[in-house]
Design a protein. Structure first.
Lengths: 544, 366
């Protein structure tokens, strides 16, 4: 391009009436783009397509409740005193007047009773935190049962898993901040568990609490974690999580017209800007509604932390329940002293079992990927029934978690149903060990049965409920064929066959191969093959 | 190839297709051929029928319904405005009156409802707008493999190769290894810095000793009033702290170790082991209140059965058998505080506990 040409184009672009007629938006957009080249991003992302399904909103709920937590949490920091310095309560709540408590508890009461809207914001913060963890959990279950963690999304599953752990850590640190009786007992339990760790437990507990339990340090330290370190990591991980969603493009459920190489849905602008943006306000609004009507964590009823009083029926926040329940289920007498050192198996066993449980969750995509050896990318979600073993493993995991969780309320179950506490514990112990196997078996059989039914419907149609008497006197029920779109949903799924052991290049069968073969038999021995084209054709010939 | 034998049309245009056409499914022709592992490559697959026919909405067909939906969206946004103004008005009109707890509830409720309306109005309005009025037929976008193209990958390899050659990090092993060594050691001072999270003292010594000493009076928790043996009637139970605890600056830390539960049973109900005959006073026994499991206060006393129950994890201790564990995850009995009376009839400790109280720890010997 010559210099005359460029000079004339720029003159035409800048001067004259054209520029005068440009709208304010255009001027602003031009100003920003010339300094950021953001137009490229808009071009790339503005019309990006996202598929639509209610279950895809679970992750959104998590994201939006996190935003609500950040907003309300920031407000709370303006009033909260993260100090355990003793003060004498002189606020308006009469039952606690003159009671000695920490500055943290005092300021939490001030937020609740003296700051206008303070109680509301505190309750929104707490409810949003509960919703945050619950929605992450449900989101993980959705990802698991639909196989959305398969290649190329294995790493994003790991990031999501870390987000879940971070959310639990945020929950627990936040719960401990008001320094009330319940949260203090929670910390006491953590202290007891830490002390049970071999070699280093005593010292770690001593350092965490800045001396002997409870000390005057822990609230300030947890506060730094709660409002600085953990949120910073959370925000970074969430950003990474979302970048991967963009890079991979969202998965979609099997359906007519949908393939592994396309995304069917609506564009970001305008549909998802409105739907997702609107959904943020709905999530926020629903949390605000709950917080307007329902009290959460009434610390004024518990009073300040004191190592000696406690009330019956104490409960941790629900998300810690599974860990607390694991502690309760340990049978008596599990401790030993070996060469002058105490091994607290009653604490180590729950820690190790929970560690194995969450490691299995974190590593499951790698295990399944190794068993199938499938290196293809998977963007079409499985219906849970079409991966019976995975679904059964998930059901077993959920049952185990549920049993531990129920154990955290063993005393309430006992008093509520007028049972003996021992009977309840023994029943839950049995449920925690046998329940997963039963759930596994049932879930697998149900999946296979549903697959058989799908096959039946794809080939022979569904039962119309219309009974016809044939000339010969025979009664038959008319089966109505499904349309081809519905049928596609029933027949389009992946099939795997157990691995055939073959000698490698050196003529050897390795141990790893044997393990893989056994694992793949476990996964895929019982399977229902999808309906094929020839089967369909044969079927339609028979009918005509 | 076999993985994409859905039998659908494959235009090699990778732009977004707005408005998926009925009966088509769009696909890129070339997908990378990755190993399916033990996945069955289906050659006889049912053909993807393509998109189902699109059913237009009422708002697309009837202009009046379109208008109505438009009004509904606007009404929802107006409701949001009303909600926000209402919240502001409620903030001013319903303040918190000191000492009036009804006013806190009203403030919480009305402010919350106003904010809720302000938020839900926007949210429901925006979603209603998207669902009823925005273009509703689905669009198609093509996927590309996640991995970079061959050309990009080659470039990336070249970058690393050049980096290696130009720095010589692979070749100059002395530099590389000494750098790794240096990097590994830099965090070590940081670890040392954490020592002063807690004061210079031996936690093991601290865990093994409490405030109780020979002659320390047993006093009521939380008043600190000394207890006379004659005050402790049969079947009663007291929360007890050592005399002088309330005056200490580290009262909570001391209480977390020294809290004691005092109970009086019939002397004949107590099974006292050899050497501990003098630890109770006429059926009055004192046991550490701190659970030997993870340290919760074992505060629930069943008068009839003489059992103590820990409310946290349901460990149960039988006071008649020197607080032996009869159920639950704890293993050790609650440590017993040896007690007697002084010349004025007040209950006093004979000594400190003879073993550490509270949860187990590594350095503890039984």
């Amino acid at each position: 391009m010559t210099s005359t040409q460029s000079a004339s184009t720029s003159a035409a672009g800048r001067g004259g009436e054209v520029a005068k007629r440009r709208s304010a938006t255009a001027i602003a957009a031009n100003y920003i783009d010339e300094r950021t080249s953001i137009s490229g991003l808009v071009k790339e992302l503005g019309r990006k397509i996202f598929p639509d399904h209610w279950s895809f909103m679970l992750g959104e709920v998590a994201l939006y409740s996190f935003v609500v937590i950040l907003l309300t949490g920031t407000f709370l920091t303006f009033f909260f005193q993260a100090s355990m310095a003793p003060v004498t309560y002189s606020g308006p709540f009469v039952p606690l007047k003159g009671v000695e408590m920490s500055a943290a508890m005092d300021s939490a009461l001030k937020i609740s009773f003296e700051v206008r809207g303070g109680l509301l914001i505190r309750q929104i913060h707490h409810w949003a935190a509960l919703l945050f963890i619950a929605s992450i959990g449900l989101h993980m279950l959705r990802i698991f049962f639909t196989g959305a963690f398969r290649k190329p999304r294995e790493l994003n599953w790991t990031i999501g898993f870390l987000l879940f752990i971070l959310a639990l850590a945020e929950g627990f640190t936040g719960y401990s901040l008001p320094d009330d009786l319940l949260s203090g007992n929670g910390l006491r339990i953590i202290d007891g568990m830490v002390k049970g760790i071999p070699f280093v437990g005593t010292w770690i507990s001593y350092l965490i609490f800045g001396g002997e339990f409870p000390g005057e340090q822990i609230v300030g330290r947890l506060y730094t974690l709660h409002i600085l370190l953990l949120p910073a990591i959370l925000v970074a991980m969430i950003a990474l999580h979302l970048v991967f969603v963009v890079v991979h493009k969202h998965t979609q459920y099997a359906g007519a017209g949908k393939t592994n190489q396309n995304v069917i849905g609506y564009p970001v602008l305008p549909v998802y800007a409105a739907k997702a943006g609107g959904f943020f306000f709905i999530v926020f609004g629903v949390i605000a509604l709950i917080a307007s009507f329902f009290t959460i964590n009434p610390i004024w009823n518990y009073g300040p932390y004191d190592p000696s009083p406690v009330s019956a029926g104490t409960q941790p926040d629900w998300y810690i329940g599974f860990a607390d329940g694991a502690l309760r289920l340990i049978p008596p007498g599990l401790e030993s002293v070996i060469w002058g050192h105490t091994y607290s198996w009653n604490i180590l066993i729950p820690i190790v079992v929970l560690g194995l449980f969450i490691s299995t969750v974190a590593l499951y995509p790698l295990v399944e990927g190794w068993v199938t050896g499938d290196k293809r990318e998977h963007h079409i979600l499985d219906r849970p029934r079409n991966a019976p073993t995975r679904t059964a493993i998930g059901a077993a995991g959920v049952t185990f978690y549920a049993a531990l969780w129920a154990a955290a309320s063993s005393d309430l179950i006992a008093t509520h149903f007028q049972l003996s506490i021992e009977a309840v514990i023994h029943a839950i112990q049995a449920a925690a060990i046998l329940g997963p196997f039963i759930a596994y078996f049932i879930a697998k059989r149900v999946c296979l049965a549903l697959q058989k039914k799908d096959r039946e419907i794809a080939l022979h149609g569904f039962e119309s409920g219309r009974i016809v008497r044939l000339p010969g006197g025979e009664y038959i029920e008319v089966h109505q064929p499904v349309d081809e779109y519905e049928r596609w949903r029933l027949v389009s799924f992946n099939e795997y066959k157990p691995l055939m052991i073959r000698p490698n290049a050196k003529g050897k069968i390795t141990g790893t191969q044997r393990v893989r073969a056994r694992m793949s038999r476990w996964f895929f021995e019982d399977r229902i093959a999808p309906v094929t084209r020839s089967e369909l054709e044969r079927q339609s010939h028979d009918h005509h | 190839m076999a993985q994409h034998d859905d039998g659908v049309t494959a235009p090699d245009d990778d732009a977004v297709h707005t408005g998926a056409r009925t009966g088509t499914a769009i696909q890129v022709a070339a997908e990378r051929d990755e190993s399916p592992g033990i996945g069955v490559v289906q050659t006889d697959k049912v053909i993807n029928p393509g998109f189902p026919p699109h059913n237009p909405r009422q708002t697309d067909l009837v202009p009046a319904k379109d208008k109505r939906a438009e009004r509904q969206v606007a009404i929802l946004f107006f409701l949001s405005i009303i909600g926000s103004i209402f919240a502001l008005a409620a903030y001013i009109a319903f303040p918190i009156n000191p000492g009036d707890f009804g006013s806190i509830r009203t403030n919480n409720l009305l402010l919350g409802l106003g904010i809720t309306l302000g938020l839900l109005g926007i949210g429901l309005g925006a979603v209603h707008w998207a669902k009823q009025l925005m273009r509703e037929d689905e669009s198609v976008e093509l996927r590309h493999g996640t991995r970079g193209t061959e050309a990009t990958r080659e470039k990336a390899v070249e970058v690393f190769t050049l980096g290696n050659e130009e720095s010589g990090i692979g070749r100059r092993t002395l530099i590389r290894n000494s750098l790794i060594g240096a990097l590994v050691l830099t965090p070590v001072p940081a670890i040392a810095l954490f020592r002063d999270l807690a004061p210079i003292a031996d936690p093991v010594y601290l865990l093994q000793h409490t405030m109780w000493k020979t002659g320390t009076r047993l006093t009521h928790d939380p008043t600190g009033v000394p207890i006379k043996a004659s005050d402790v009637t049969l079947g009663s139970a007291f929360h007890v702290i050592p005399e002088g605890l309330l005056q200490r600056s580290d009262a909570l830390e001391q209480k977390a170790k020294a809290a004691v539960l005092l109970m009086r049973l019939k002397p004949e109900d107590l099974h006292v082991s050899a050497g501990k005959e003098s630890w109770n006073y006429d059926g009055i026994v004192a046991y550490s209140q701190i659970c030997t499991h993870v340290g919760c206060p074992v505060a629930l006393y069943e008068q009839q059965t003489h059992h103590l129950l820990c409310p946290c994890h349901q460990s149960q201790f039988d006071i008649t058998q020197e607080a032996k564990v009869i159920f639950g995850p704890a293993r050790r009995p609650l440590p017993q505080l040896p007690i007697t009376v002084d010349s004025n009839g007040y209950l006093v400790a004979r000594s400190d506990f003879h073993e550490p109280v509270g949860p187990d720890f590594w350095e503890r010997e039984l």
